[in-house]
Design a protein around this ligand. Sequence first.
Ligand SMILES: NC(=O)c1ccc[n+]([C@@H]2O[C@H](COP(=O)([O-])OP(=O)(O)OC[C@H]3O[C@@H](n4cnc5c(N)ncnc54)[C@H](O)[C@@H]3O)[C@@H](O)[C@H]2O)c1
Length: 365
Amino acid sequence: MTETQVFKIASIPADGVGKEVVAAGRKVLDTVAAQSDGKFAFDWTEFPWGSEYYAKHGVMMDAEGLEVLKAFDAIYFGAVGWENVPDHISLWGLRLNITQNFDQWANIRPVKFLPGVQSPLRKADNTELDWVVVRENSEGEYAGLGGRNLSGRGPGNEVALQTALFTEKGCERIIRFAFDLARTRTVKKVSSVTKSNAQQYGMVLWDEVFDRVALDYPDVETESVLVDAMSAKFILRPEDLSVVVASNLNADILSDLGSALAGSLGLAASANLNPERRFPSMFEPVHGSAPDIAGKGISNPIGAIASAALMLDHFGLHDEARRIEAAIESATGSGHLTRDIGGTANTDEVTEAIVAALNASLATV
Ligand SMILES: NC(=O)c1ccc[n+]([C@@H]2O[C@H](COP(=O)([O-])OP(=O)(O)OC[C@H]3O[C@@H](n4cnc5c(N)ncnc54)[C@H](O)[C@@H]3O)[C@@H](O)[C@H]2O)c1
């Protein structure tokens, strides 16, 4: 028998519903590992970082945290943000600290329409819709460059600069990533999104790189769309989309719109990849800590569980990833829905339905 492949996973549930959905995702991953007949297993280490940790220690994560995380094969993340810490401090102190320092420059956010989940789009009832947002995750509007000054001039006189950074290398690597991804999909098309009519430096550079890279992929259809027009297109012509590539801020907003169209923010999965594998990649639901529902056990675990499937893809376990996706579809298709998507089930019940579907699919093999 071949040796069991053990993946070392750092789990960081962090705040609010992050704790509930990471526990659900771990259960599903452990189920798939237990079914693998010794092919692979997960070795979990949980870290207590987040806003509670900040309340005790004055920092969002341990000073040695990044060094410690380097030893892991992947990071499984919940969500960060709570009322005791300003949002920009909690986000930069933990999540962005990891994505930036581990050069996780490709953020993949699939938009999936699930059986049994009603979309606010009437078109979704009888049209095949399936696209993926590829987000530049290391620079752009979230480069963290700028500053505040001149408050000494008295009330009302402070100034702030928030500078967006676009490098030719940064644009090229994410655009090539999008084209390579498009080649793996049924519809080979990349839509590039900018606001280059108004932002004439960084986003014009992006447009030019996009046109140049496209020449290397003559088999892939392309379009360049302004972000305002693309938000309308998400609603009016979503069947035209396959891979949508955009800068950090634009893709962040568009992917929330996509998940809302699919039925709920609670459904959306994401992978923060360091494609060169110099650092561990991080897998997390798109949603935040949802303080309005945290602690009630009613959060939707599907975004986190679908992110776990993306983690398996990253490990090359594609069949197992597809099994998790099929189990999610089986659970929603048979009416196991949390409240955000019109059901009455709680987090545990949906998770158990997904585990049961995994067990049932194994029984029929
Ligand atoms: N990646 C992250 O860690 C991340 C992302 C976004 C927001 N945040 C932080 O989260 C906190 C709350 O932010 P917000 O309210 O703008 O966004 P949010 O995503 O936490 O919540 C927005 C809405 O979606 C609902 N929702 C979110 N996840 C859900 C789930 N799994 N199941 C069911 N419903 C769900 C919430 O109940 C809420 O009504 C803030 O501190 C913010 O900074 C963190």
